[in-house]
Design a protein around this ligand. Structure first.
Ligand code: GKR
Ligand code: MG
Length: 434
C-alpha cells in the first residue's frame, strides 16, 4: 500500500476566555488536521497543534510521506523521535504546550503516526486500539476540567459564541461551573485549573468542591507552576484531605528540583498526596532525574507531543516499572484528538487515572468529524466499532474551519498577549507568582 497524498488543513475553532498561569485563551484555538490518502482511496486522519509552525513542519515531511508505505513509514521516520530532545535529551520548557520548540519533531511524528494508524486500521477494518496491541477497556474515563473564566463563549465579532458556562472568577462560580459540566457529561473526576488568583481562594474553591460533591469524587488542582516551593507545600498541607482519595497535586512549582523538594517536605509533614506533571516531565530524557529524585508520582502523558501513541505505551510500561502512575494531559482540541486519546488510553493497561480533556469547552459549530460531536456519557468515551479511529472528516466543516483560520489574525497560541489585551496591559507570566 502506498500513500498518494498528504493534505494539511489549518483550522480555527472558537475558544472561551479561559485563564491559567499562562494567561488568557485567545478567542480562537488553532489546530492542524492531516489526511493521508492511500492508492486505494482510503483516508487516514489526525489532529495536532495548530498554527503556522506545526503546519510547516508537517509540510516539510511531504517528500518522505507521499509514495511511502504506511506500514514502514513510521520506522523510516523514527530518527524524528530518537534524536535530540525527542530522544533522550530533556525537553522541558515553560512554553505553552504546542509551542515548545524542543518537541516539535515529536509532535510531527505523532501526527503522521496517528494518520498512518488510522489509514491502516480503516484498510483492515480494525480499530486503532486493537492495532496497537489490543484494548484493555472499551470505554475511557475523562475528568471535568473547570477553569477560571471571563464572560463570553469565544469567537469574535459576528462569530461571537453563546456563553454556555458564564463567568467563573469566584469559588461559588467555579462550583457552579463544575456542577453544570458534571450534569451534562457525567464526569466522575474533577481537575481544577488553578494558578490564577491568590492560592487561599483556590484552596477555598477545592474545599467548596469537596463539600458540594461529597467525599468520593477525586479532585486535582493544577496551577501550572505558579507557586513557589513554600506556597506549594502550604497548599498541599491545606488540601491534604481533599486531594487524597484518588486526587493529586499537579505541577505546583516549576522544575524537577522544585517538585522533588515539595514532595520531600510534604512527606516530612506526613502528607502523601501524589504530585503529577505535564510540565517538568515532557520527554523520556526527563525520566532518569524524575525517578532519581522521586519528583513526580504521576506522569501526564500526551501522544501529541510524546511522539505518538506507541511512545505513550512505552512510557506506560516505564512508569509501571518504576511505580509511577499515569494519567493524560490535554489541550484545546476537537473530536479526532479526543478519539485518538481514547484509543491510546483504551490500549494502555497501566493508566491509573481518568484522562484530562478540554472537549467541553469547544462547540458543536466547530466540530470537524462526521456526525458532529463525540459523545461523552457518564464521563466516558466509548471506542467506536469501525476501523481506524472510528471517524471521518466532515468536509463542509473542514472548509468552514479553514475559512475561519484564514479570516483571523491568530497564527500561534499566545496567552500572555491576550491577557495584556483584555485584562492587564502590563501582565507578564511570572514563575513563581505566589
Ligand atoms: O488550556 O490553558 C490551558 C491549560 O493550561 C493547558 O495549556 C495545559 O497544558 O491543560 C494543560 C495542563 O494540564 O497543564
Ligand atoms: Mg497540567
Amino acid at each position: 500500500m502506498r500513500i498518494t497524498d498528504l493534505r494539511i488543513h489549518s483550522i480555527a475553532m472558537a475558544d472561551p476566555p479561559l485563564r491559567s498561569s499562562y494567561g488568557l485563551h485567545q478567542p480562537y484555538a488553532l489546530r492542524n488536521v492531516i489526511e493521508l490518502e492511500s492508492e486505494d482511496g482510503i483516508i487516514g486522519i489526525a489532529e495536532t497543534y495548530g498554527g503556522e509552525e506545526p503546519a510547516t513542519a508537517l509540510e516539510n515531511l511531504r517528500d518522505r510521506v507521499v509514495q511511502a508505505n504506511p506500514w514502514s513509514l513510521l520506522g523510516d521516520l523514527i530518527p524524528l523521535i530518537e534524536g535530540g530532545a525527542s530522544g533522550m535529551e530533556r525537553s522541558q520548557t515553560h512554553h505553552v504546550p504546542g509551542e515548545n520548540p524542543l518537541d516539535a519533531d515529536a509532535r510531527s511524528y505523532a501526527a503522521i503516526e496517528t494518520a498512518c494508524l488510522d489509514l491502516i486500521g480503516k484498510t483492515l477494518e480494525v480499530p486503532v486500539c486493537d492495532l496497537i496491541g489490543g484494548r484493555v477497556r472499551d470505554a475511557v474515563s475523562f475528568s471535568a476540567y473547570p477553569f477560571y473564566k471571563h464572560g463570553g463563549g469565544g469567537g469574535e465579532g459576528e462569530d461571537r459564541r453563546d456563553d454556555e458556562y458564564g463567568e467563573a472568577l469566584t469559588p461559588e462560580q467555579l462550583v457552579g461551573q463544575v456542577k453544570q459540566m458534571v450534569d451534562r457529561y457525567g464526569f466522575k473526576d474533577i481537575k481544577f485549573k488553578a494558578g490564577v488568583v491568590d492560592p487561599e481562594i483556590e484552596i477555598e474553591t477545592i474545599k467548596q468542591l469537596r463539600l458540594e460533591l461529597g467525599p468520593d469524587v477525586p479532585l486535582r488542582i493544577d496551577p501550572n507552576c505558579a507557586w513557589s516551593i513554600d506556597t506549594s507545600v502550604k497548599v498541599g498541607l491545606a488540601l491534604a484531605d481533599e486531594l487524597s482519595n484518588g486526587g493529586y497535586l499537579e505541577d505546583p512549582t516549576a522544575g524537577l528540583d522544585g517538585m522533588a523538594e515539595v514532595r520531600k517536605r510534604l512527606l516530612y509533614e506526613g502528607v502523601d498526596i501524589p504530585l503529577a506533571s505535564n510540565v517538568s516531565v515532557t520527554s523520556f530524557g526527563d525520566l532518569p532525574e524524575t525517578v532519581k529524585q522521586d519528583a513526580v508520582q504521576i506522569i501526564l502523558c500526551d501522544h501529541h507531543y510524546w511522539g505518538g501513541m506507541r511512545q505513550v505505551q512505552h512510557l506506560a510500561k516505564t512508569c509501571q516499572t518504576f511505580g509511577i502512575g499515569l494519567s493524560m494531559h490535554s489541550n484545546s482540541h476537537l473530536g479526532i484528538s479526543l478519539l485518538a486519546m481514547s484509543h491510546v488510553a483504551a490500549a494502555t493497561h497501566h493508566l491509573s487515572y481518568a484522562c484530562d480533556t478540554h472537549y467541553p469547552w469547544q462547540s458543536e459549530q466547530d466540530e470537524i468529524v462526521e456526525g458532529g460531536r463525540i459523545t461523552i456519557n457518564n464521563g466516558e468515551v466509548l471506542i467506536p466499532d469501525s476501523g481506524g479511529l472510528g471517524t471521518k472528516l466532515d468536509y463542509d466543516q473542514i472548509a468552514r474551519g479553514k475559512e475561519l483560520y484564514r479570516s483571523i489574525p491568530y497564527r500561534k497560541r499566545d496567552d500572555e498577549a491576550e491577557m495584556q489585551k483584555h485584562v492587564d496591559p502590563d501582565w507578564k507570566r511570572i514563575l513563581p507568582r505566589w
